[in-house]
Design a binder for this molecule. Sequence first.
Ligand code: APR
Length: 276
Amino acid sequence: MVPLFPVGGGNPNTHSAFAIPHFKRGDILTDNLIRKTAQAISRSRKVVAFTGAGISVESGIPDFRGAGGLWEKFDPAEYATIEAFLANPQKVWAMLKEMGDLLESSRPNAAHRSLARLEEMGHLRSVITQNIDHLHQEAGNKRVIEYHGSHKNLICIQCGRRYPKEEVKFESLPPRCACSGVLKPTVVFFGEPIPWGAHLQAVEEARNCEVMLVIGTSAVVSPACDIPVLAKKAGAAIVEINLEETALTGSVSDWILKGPAGRIMQAVMDRMTGAE
Ligand code: APR
């Protein structure tokens, strides 16, 4: 039984989240893998993308465990657990507000746009994302499973009333409900359950896909990191796109395209559409 509470945390990776390494076009191995990935996607109408924070780094949003990532600046034990939020909502809201302003000013990058195009072309069935930034929807994907929730809504921890973020005033922190209860974003903190509907949909998608594109995740947080394993067990080809190897590489992934997701996905799209 897959535990439904995000656990794990992993150690900071060695790469810098913002210094995007030069993506070597013309590198024979890379070009062969780009061609192989384009071929696998072109032949399937059951592709599923599983994404993590790395897909949004080229949109200016730091990841969590990379150098320069969020957990270097904010200790997850003090800011990312439900216990920490309930103990000191004002302190956690200071981080949430800073992150929220950054998310509001961020836009989809070429990787997000490529996945939206693949859905339009009929190859991509869904995106299962660990991200709360809503960039897949903004890029145009219609079927997005937000495994760790979304920053676009808030919920009162006292009466359960929900508010769209744009209806909430942030003059003082923490923001409060009409009942005076503290409001919390509808994101999954460590120690909270995964939204049951999102989990069931993600498992269903993983078990029925032919190709899973695993983009920008360190794959260290459970139960999300079990999703690619379920797809593998169901016989799907697992294609990783990441700056570096992860816990999935060599055991779950069939191949890894190493480099920035935006440029790699653009190269795959160019190959598929003959644009290159
Ligand atoms: N292109 C591709 N991959 C990238 C890029 C990029 N431009 N930048 C970073 N990466 C990779 C890193 O190498 C790393 O493997 O993205 C991954 C990001 O890993 P994490 O920071 O651990 O983010 P993620 O896997 O999404 O974390 C999972 O942990 O803290 C919780 O709830 C939070 O949903 C999050 C979960």
